[in-house]
Design a protein around this ligand. Structure first.
Ligand code: V47
Ligand code: SF4
Length: 371
């Protein structure tokens, strides 16, 4: 890292312990979990931003990545009852939806000729839909638009499909891969700690299983993302534990493409009373994640969740990806109180990135640049 940054740190008036951590980061060193905790507990947002932005520059220069994508959410019927979820319903309940295969085919057909490169498919864990249904769904998408990368199903959906089919996780993933699955999104991770999960999503895939599913996907050559749902009942130590588990797995497999912090949004769900954390907390979280996850190539500021203004700021705090055009095709966040109509044109995305003094670059799911 530039010597000027080191001199800035030397001259700054921050506590000695913090100075040592910052100098280690500036020299390209890896920080320990206890040092990450120290960063979370400090109030030096400027210093954290400077370090995170320098790391971002070393990894991707001034580039900020985006893609042309759309989502399919086949159903919000779900066997689970996560307390932060504003979106799931029981079968037949008011507000439940179950798209038929024809409706899905019709929806994908509307994107023909759109230059979209990714179809992101996630939904509730529907008690009656099985792995063959989802395999056929992927095949149908690929038949209509073979050029699309199918990034589909959280570890939670995959665990259920495997169980229902009597398959191992590896068997289920191999089956889905044969049908055309190329990447797995990062959802379902929440906080990778069993005690926190008992409080916010007691029926959901355990932390150990989530990690096992991603590890197996990596082994099979399926890249994945990782999220962290923050700003609810978890402590900074829980966040550090979450990040440590991800960093350890990434050291083993190298299969994660991006880390995506997801701020808990409070509308229409059972955790509402805990409220939402501040913008300062969001930026601190981006920065500490960028600094700690030295083996993750990308940090995504998902604009649909954080809103466009926070996304612009996150780009100064280590994020180098803002997801994609989305095209008003997801409801998970609008139902929880975020962007009501999540759609950005490529031009709007490019303008947002340029207004932060950075360079927009279109990518595909695997971060190949699209010229
Ligand atoms: O796992 C649910 C989160 C996730 C709320 O991999 C909430 O590229 C905040 O994982 N407030 C699903 N967050 C979405 C997801 C995702 C999104 C965009 C890109 C990618 C990727 C992955 O949404 C869930 C959960 O952590 N979530 N409810 C809420 N009230
Ligand atoms: Fe179901 Fe996912 Fe909502 Fe949990 S977060 S209730 S698994 S749809």
């Amino acid at each position: 890292m530039e010597n000027s940054i080191k001199s800035l740190i030397e001259c700054s008036e921050v506590a000695l312990e913090l100075k040592k951590i910052a100098l280690n980061v500036a020299s390209g060193g890896r920080i320990s979990p206890s040092e990450a905790l120290e960063l979370y507990n400090c109030n030096e947002l400027g210093l954290l931003g400077m370090l995170a932005f320098e790391i971002k520059k070393q990894k991707s220069g001034l580039k900020v990545f985006y893609n042309r994508n759309f989502h399919i959410e086949p159903t919000n019927v779900c066997i689970n009852n996560c307390k932060f979820c504003s979106y799931s319903r029981k079968k037949g309940e008011n507000g439940a939806w179950e798209m038929s295969m024809d409706e899905i085919i019709h929806k994908v057909s509307q994107y023909k000729g759109s230059r979209a490169t990714e179809c992101h498919i996630v939904g509730g864990v529907h008690p009656e839909r099985d792995i063959e249904y989802y395999g056929q769904l992927i095949k149908n998408v690929k038949n209509i638009m073979p050029e699309l990368v199918v990034k589909a199903f959280t570890a939670v959906e995959i665990e259920y499909m495997a169980q229902k089919a009597g398959l191992s996780i590896e068997g289920a993933l191999l089956y889905l891969k044969k049908c055309g699955l190329q990447s797995i999104p990062g959802g379902g991770a929440e906080i990778l700690d069993e005690e926190v999960r008992k409080k916010i999503c007691p029926e959901k895939t355990t932390a150990t299983k989530w990690l096992e599913i991603h590890q197996t996907a990596h082994k099979l050559g399926i890249t994945t993302n990782a999220t962290m749902l923050y700003g609810h009942v978890e402590s900074y130590s829980d966040r550090v534990e979450h990040l440590s588990k991800l960093r350890q797995l990434q050291d083993k497999t190298g299969g994660f493409s991006a880390f995506i912090p997801l701020k808990y949004r409070k509308e229409n769900n059972q955790l509402n009373l805990v409220g939402e954390v501040s913008l300062v907390e969001d930026l601190k979280n981006y920065a500490v994640s960028r600094i700690f996850l030295d083996n993750f190539p990308h940090i995504k500021a998902y604009w649909v969740m954080s809103g466009q203004e926070t996304t612009r700021l996150a780009l100064q705090f280590g994020a180098d990806d803002i997801d994609g055009t989305v095209n008003d095709s997801t409801k998970i966040y609008s139902m929880a109180g975020a962007e009501k109509k999540p759609i950005m044109t490529v031009e709007q995305i490019q303008n947002l990135v340029r207004s932060a003094g950075l360079v927009p670059v279109e990518r595909d799911t695997f971060y190949n640049e699209i010229k």
